[in-house]
Design a protein around this ligand. Structure first.
Ligand SMILES: [Fe+2]
Ligand SMILES: [Fe+2]
Length: 148
């Protein structure tokens, strides 16, 4: 897979989520290089960044979906859960690969999966949020003392 460039089409016109998507795009692009060059330490970082993304971004996005009463929330959350399952499976295959060649093969498969998934998910699922995000403007500010 080639490097994925950010395009205007991917924007939700909502900076906090766009920023998180762009940050993960950097991880995905980094994974393409790390996988091909057999940079295993880099791949470790990629897997860890995936878990960070899942923890921080998915919960952020799901919290927003709930607040704006996004009608397709259930299916969207399901897509997030499936990604978590997929990434654990890739990690397991990668980590249990017996030879260097097999490890590189699974690293490349992981990087390809990540780039396709990110593009597909943002353009098909996250994009559906865009027209609903204006509702955030009419909501009172969050009373979140841990995260002001
Ligand atoms: Fe999403
Ligand atoms: Fe997202």
């Amino acid at each position: 897979m080639a490097i994925v460039a950010w395009r205007e089409q991917m924007s939700l016109n909502y900076l906090p989520l766009d920023q998180e998507h762009q940050d993960f795009l950097k991880v995905v692009n980094y994974s393409l290089g790390a996988a091909k060059s057999g940079d295993f330490r880099g791949m470790e970082q990629v897997f860890n960044s995936c878990y960070d993304y899942v923890r921080n971004h998915f919960s952020h996005e799901e919290d927003i979906m709930e607040r704006i009463k996004f009608p397709d929330m259930k299916a969207h959350m399901q897509a997030h859960r499936t990604f978590i399952k997929n990434i654990s499976e890739f990690r397991q295959k990668y980590e249990t690969a017996k030879t260097k060649e097999k490890k590189i093969e699974w690293a490349v498969k992981t990087a390809d999966f990540l780039s396709l998934w990110l593009l597909g998910h943002i353009l098909s699922r996250d994009k559906l949020l865009k027209p609903y995000l204006v509702r955030l403007r009419n909501l009172p500010p969050r009373m979140d003392y841990n995260n002001p």
